[in-house]
Design a protein. Structure first.
Lengths: 113, 112
């Protein structure tokens, strides 16, 4: 199993551009999550999904959108990128949604200039 | 005041030393306590998980929760250079992963 994979690894965007961060898991997990990690700050939850077709906002959803059409994929869309969205983005998945069993992907490092 | 406070370090210790990493928190409703290890340019991986108070041991790692003091610790015995990483504490009042609050991480370096 590859686990949780994320693409791209790195990306530089100009202000106002849009992009989609890809996340795929091959563990048949129902629950999937998107976090951002800023220097000196803890991971912040952006959006999560409890199954295909169901998504919900986390702590910092503004400026982002998600969709979940399949169990495996959970893309994160950035519309009109802003410098404040410069961060490292992590996707995670879990079987039951428990706080004690999340598996994280390797991250996407995004810079908006 | 942050809900979860963690000293960012960096903490540098010689190989073989006992390492103590700590977090304090303000929300007395937290019941689930996790420690994650994050290598440079990688995603976090779950190391230890404790429910409510007490100690939990796994090999060289011991997690300790003191709810009366709102203080959690991770001890690493016989530290190795491969333990060099950032350690994140995390906690939640419910079992749902969507409610986890993460600490900002402590950077640890083990000197050979």
């Amino acid at each position: 199993n590859a686990g949780v994979t994320q693409t791209p690894k790195f990306r530089i965007l100009k202000i106002g551009q849009s992009m989609t961060l890809q996340c795929t898991q091959d563990m048949n997990h129902n629950y999937m999550y998107w976090y951002r990690q800023d220097p000196g700050m803890g991971l912040k939850l952006i959006y999560y999904s409890v199954g295909a077709g169901i998504t919900d906002k986390g702590e910092v959803p503004n400026g982002y959108n998600v969709s979940r059409s399949t169990t495996e994929d959970f893309p994160l869309r950035l519309e009109l990128a802003a410098p404040s969205q410069t961060s490292v983005y992590f996707c995670a998945s879990s079987v039951t949604g428990g706080a004690y069993e999340q598996y994280f992907g390797p991250g996407t490092r995004l810079t908006v200039t | 005041q942050k809900e979860v406070e963690q000293d960012p370090g960096p903490l540098s210790v010689p190989e073989g030393a006992i390492v103590s990493l700590n977090c304090t928190y303000s929300n007395s409703a937290f019941q689930y306590f996790m420690w994650y290890r994050q290598y440079s340019r990688k995603g976090p991986e779950l190391l230890m998980y404790t429910y409510s108070s007490g100690n939990k041991e796994d090999g060289r790692f011991t997690a300790q929760v003191d709810k009366s003091s709102k203080y959690i610790s991770l001890f690493i015995r016989d530290s190795q250079p491969s333990d060099s990483a950032t350690y994140l504490c995390a906690m939640s009042a419910t079992s749902s992963a969507s409610k986890i609050i993460f600490g900002s991480g402590t950077r640890l370096s083990i000197r050979p």
